[in-house]
Write a protein that binds this ligand. Structure first.
Ligand code: UDP
Ligand code: MG
Length: 300
């Protein structure tokens, strides 16, 4: 299944290459396109593909709800024993799907692609490096490339993912949490041919905040630990100043140092408040129970 947002120029080529790769498998398959509120004519291309190929199913959202909501919708409709996800921009070569399925041996529930030579900007790769490490720690499953969406999931894992009611879930992390065993295989990665990445800096930041607070209490616990350490340091400093006063006499200078220290702690407090806000916000979204997305059209 393929989530897409404004990818009209790639779709015909993608469908062609996907069909070739899937036909070669000699297994029953379906291709689900989830149109995440595109406005560039992707819908017309998808309708044409659906008419010409009965294996193509299309789900369209009424507006943009994000890539992971789209993947969710695709998984909800998928009927196969194995679900493969990939991007629509041809950065994930469909020709890698057979290898992905080969790696899905007994006992492995999820196979992830690992983009060995990534064709993205260095800033993006650096950010991913951090995110992969943090996500591995938070989820408790070490993976080299959580961001790669060329993945294969077995039915039980898909069902587990679908049973999660939470908002804005990060699918690869959810899957890693449920899988008995996850395997990663190196795969090819191409540069984007049409348009630019749909993830700007702000969107990436939001996704990663969601990821952190949606999967663990680690950030807030970390702040608590820092709080304890700072309090202990403050206590030690107080004792030191008291002794100094007795032995050397009172001190007067160092006002600006004090300011620097103050700013540091004020910053920490604001951070802690923000983090609490983040969790409260999540609770709020959760109790509101708004639907994840609204479907405006289904072709099958
Ligand atoms: N995508 C989507 N909804 C969004 C943003 C992206 O369905 O709101 C799709 C997009 O069309 C593409 C995939 O998700 O098929 C990955 O997006 P993109 O290529 O922009 O991300 P990157 O490759 O830079 O990580
Ligand atoms: Mg891409």
């Amino acid at each position: 299944m393929v989530p897409l947002f404004d990818e009209a120029p790639s779709l015909v080529d993608l469908h062609h290459r996907l069909t070739l790769a899937l036909k070669g498998l000699a297994q029953a398959y379906e291709v689900i396109f989830v149109d995440d509120g595109s406005r560039d004519g992707s819908a017309d291309v998808l309708r044409a593909l659906h008419h010409q190929d009965s294996a193509v199913r299309v789900v369209r959202f009424n507006r943009n709800y994000g890539q992971h909501a789209a993947v969710f919708a695709g998984m909800e409709r998928a009927r196969g024993d194995v679900v493969v996800t990939l991007d629509a921009d041809l950065q994930n070569p469909p020709e890698e799907i057979p290898r992905l399925l080969q790696a899905l041996t007994d006992g492995v529930d999820v196979v992830g692609g690992w983009r060995v030579s990534r064709h993205d900007s260095w800033a993006r790769r650096a950010a991913s490096w951090v995110v992969n490490r943090v996500t591995s720690a938070v989820v408790g499953v070490r993976q080299r490339d959580y961001g790669c969406m060329l993945r294969a999931y077995r039915r039980p894992v898909v069902d587990q993912i679908l049973a999660c009611p939470g908002v804005s879930q990060f699918i690869p992390a959810l899957a890693a949490g449920f899988a008995t065993s996850v395997k990663e295989i190196p795969i090819d990665h191409a540069a984007r041919e049409h348009g630019r990445s749909r993830y700007g800096l702000f969107r990436l930041l939001r996704l990663n905040f969601d990821l952190l607070t949606g999967f663990s209490l680690l950030p807030i616990q970390l702040v608590s630990v820092i709080g304890i350490l700072v309090a202990l340091l403050g206590l030690g400093f107080g004792v030191f100043l008291g002794l100094r006063r007795l032995l050397v006499g009172p001190e007067v200078e160092g006002v600006f140092t004090l300011f620097a220290i103050l700013f540091f702690f004020v910053g920490l407090q604001i951070l802690a408040l923000g983090l609490i806000g983040e969790y409260v916000g999540r609770l709020y979204q959760e109790v509101r129970r708004r639907p994840r997305y609204v479907i405006s059209e289904v072709l099958e």
